[in-house]
Ligand binder design. Structure first.
Ligand code: NOJ
Ligand code: CA
Length: 713
């Protein structure tokens, strides 16, 4: 990630000036304005405006420290620094090839009035699409080792906004979203899946996770999250339903502290993205901009890619992760699968390698190849898995040879079952093994309770673990895809080998549970994906009747919408998640998955409304090809999209993968139609999306064979 041009409009910080205590400090950029002041008790207070509209009304800032309770009052302002930056940088991979980082920065220097005169700095950056701020505990006498009890940052909302939320759980984000008013957020406890201890909040306290997406009655879109979550716990939000006040709540450890840090220390950024256009929220690069540049000097080994895998057959109860000579095994639903259905056997894996090679899919993921699966789930056991010992029916030498002969990359799988300490003990051995067998990427997983006991998936200890794993993987030139981690906060800029995470409710829920609602994928880009790419695993073609366990189980989309998800659910790592047998029946539709890119020069968010619809066009890296995806919720939708982003005066061929006229996610989800037309920058496409449907379109410059095609009308 190199800066291609960096010119600081004015980085020469103004000399620190003695300021009055309750003076208001402001900074603004276009419509966005922030104000900071100290109240009469010396407590820091900030507000954010969009034009004249209050986004965040005056709200508290600060901490309680366990060894020194109040770190939120009795401050005086000792000075203010200002700077501004306008630079452009190139991500290693991404939705666009070049990103502008343009902000005004203000640092306020605070000092507590009473002895021991503790120091706290607060740094604000104001962009034209939002505000980020972080706290800095500067080096200072007597405050070296800081134990944070909790953060007191408030987000006092200006009204009872429409909100897209999941419950504040310390261990998982794998929930369906609820759309309600702030006053109707109704999860009264933190459902603590890791320790089974439900942490009850006071009766008037409710908790949600970030990214939290909201829409105001007067049409503002507001997104609250965080950026650069390093050496600190994740931030959840407590909700006061009566006053619409949100308060930061840091994920604690076993003894109730939240963070242990040494001064000097900077917290993650608290982010507020705001616009009167929903499309601006999805296009925002503020969270990436608030993260540090890449720490990987030579990223040439990092390659976005598509893959298939021995996976869906386990999710739907047709195969097992574990190899067993004797007993039957349990499916993801807890039903018995007869012995002899271990999916990661050499012959089956070769079928996937053949399918990948024949269709230009670069990678094959194999889960259940290593010992430990017979005893992995729900036991809170350490030392369950070996990451270097294949089951007897997985011939790794032969599979390595076979895959290499077909130029297919094998993708490693390391499920830790939450035993993070054990994974750290084995990690060098595991990654040397990957290097030896030519695996260049690994999917990791953290199903279950975290060992060491008392840690949470989203607590400080695990936040540091995920980063240690990313760093270790980079040192072995290995890319990672992490399942069940904390939700991302833009760290993929700093560690671009961290290609994707799950950290949300993926397509897999359609495999082993009652699934994801048809509107789910219209919310996720506004929530979970704001911090980074998701390994959502799209591309299920057999929409109904696939489950061995529950015959009427189904995916809650049409087939065409599964194609559109390759565009609307951004990831540099995209699985074609269904089984080859289901693809070979629809090779005309599979052509879109073969063609679609995973790395982009440009992205246009054409239309979007959280919970309702999203239409995006992306230009494939280094080519003139565009790919579009349009999705809707449970309601059908007519979408008229202009192709004015195409090069003027050029002719292209559009292949439109649409819902058939009689398609419907529930009644007739696999009905699609594929049409081809000549289009240009003047074309207006009329797309008809079925209930729960979508459309995927590839647009490529015209070639000789396309001359006979009709113009789109
Ligand atoms: C849950 C993950 O989300 C899924 O993708 C994986 O197959 C299983 N854990 C087993 O590791
Ligand atoms: Ca999962």
């Amino acid at each position: 990630m190199k800066r291609i041009c960096a010119f600081l409009l004015c980085l020469a910080a103004l000399p620190i000036v003695k300021a009055q205590n309750n003076k208001v400090t402001t900074a603004s950029m276009n419509e966005i304005k922030f104000e900071f002041t100290l109240d009469s008790g010396g407590s820091p207070v900030y507000s954010v405006y969009y034009g004249e509209k209050p986004v965040i009304k005056p709200s508290p800032m600060g901490f309680t420290l366990s060894n020194d309770s109040a770190f939120d009052k009795h401050f005086e302002l000792t000075g203010t620094d200002r700077s501004s930056v306008d630079e452009t940088w190139k991500p290693v991979w991404g939705e666009v090839s070049s990103i502008r980082n343009h902000y005004e920065q203000v640092t306020v220097h605070l000092k507590q009035k009473d002895n021991p005169h503790r120091l706290l700095n607060i740094i604000f950056r104001v962009f034209d699409d939002g505000v980020g701020f972080r706290y800095e505990f500067p080096r200072q006498p007597g405050l070296k080792y800081i134990v944070v009890s909790n953060e007191l940052t408030g987000f006092n909302l200006a009204g009872d906004h429409k909100t897209f939320w999941i419950p504040g759980d310390y261990d998982t984000n794998e929930y369906s979203y609820t759309t309600s008013k702030i006053s109707e957020v109704d999860n009264q406890q933190i459902v603590n899946s890791s320790t089974d201890i439900a942490v009850r909040l006071a009766p008037d306290r409710y908790a949600v996770q970030t990214p939290l997406m909201m829409k105001t009655a007067d049409g503002l879109y507001i997104n609250i999250h965080e950026a650069a979550l390093i050496n600190f716990p994740a931030m959840q939000l407590h909700v006061d339903r009566a006053t619409y006040k949100l308060t930061a709540n840091l994920v604690p450890d076993a003894v109730g502290n939240t963070a242990y840090v040494h001064a000097p220390f900077k917290t993650p950024w608290r982010t507020i993205i705001v616009s009167d256009k929903a499309t601006d929220i999805l296009a925002s690069k503020m969270i990436l901009n608030l993260n540090d540049p890449s720490k990987i000097d030579d990223p040439s080994w990092i390659k976005p890619m598509k893959f298939v895998g021995v996976w869906w057959e386990m999710q739907i109860g047709k195969g097992t992760w574990s190899y067993s000579n004797d007993a039957d095994s349990l499916s993801a639903d807890g039903n018995l699968i007869p012995n002899g259905t271990h999916a990661a056997n050499t012959a089956n894996v070769k079928r996937y390698i053949d399918f990948a090679a024949n269709n230009g899919i670069p990678g094959v993921l194999v889960e259940g190849w290593n010992t430990g699966w017979e005893d992995w789930f729900g036991n809170w056991k350490e030392n369950v898995f070996s990451f270097v010992t294949p089951y007897p029916d997985f011939d790794i030498n032969e599979i390595t040879r076979y895959a290499a002969s077909k130029s297919v990359k094998m993708i490693m799988h390391n499920e830790t079952s939450g035993s993070a300490t054990d994974y750290e003990r084995q990690i060098d051995t595991a990654y040397r093994f990957m290097n030896k067998y030519g695996y260049t990427s690994v999917k990791t997983g953290y199903v279950g309770k975290i060992i060491p006991r008392g840690e949470h998936h989203d607590g400080q200890w695990m936040i540091n673990h995920y980063i240690r794993v990313a760093q270790k993987a980079a040192s072995y030139h290995i890319m990672i895809d992490v399942h069940e981690p904390v939700r991302p906060t833009g760290l993929q800029r700093t560690y671009p080998n961290w290609l994707a995470s799950e950290a949300g409710r993926g397509n897999e829920y359609n495999g082993f549970s009652n699934g994801n609602k048809p509107g789910h994928e219209t919310i996720m880009p506004f929530t979970r994906l704001m911090g980074g790419p998701m390994d959502y695993t799209p591309g299920i073609f057999k929409i109904k009747g696939y489950s061995n366990d529950v015959p009427d189980r189904q995916v809650h989309t049409t087939l065409a919408k599964q194609l559109a998800l390759y565009i609307t659910m951004y990831s540099p790592l995209q699985m074609a998640a269904d089984m080859p047998d289901n693809y070979v029946k629809h090779m005309d539709a599979f052509q879109f998955i073969k063609d679609v890119a995973v790395d982009w020069d440009d992205t246009k968010i054409l239309e979007a409304e959280p919970g309702d619809y999203i239409t995006i066009a992306r230009k494939a890296k280094g080519t003139s090809d565009w790919f579009m995806g349009a999705i809707t919720n449970e309601n059908s939708r007519n979408s008229n999209v202009s192709l004015d982003f195409l090069d003027k005066g050029k002719k292209y061929v559009a292949t439109i993968y649409a819902d058939a006229d009689n398609a419907d996610w529930k009644e007739n989800p696999e009905a699609y139609k594929i049409t081809k037309y000549l289009v240009d920058a003047g074309t207006k496409l009329k797309l008809k999306l079925a209930n729960g449907g979508g459309a995927a379109i590839s647009i490529k410059p015209i070639t000789g064979v396309d001359k006979g095609l009709k113009n789109y009308k």
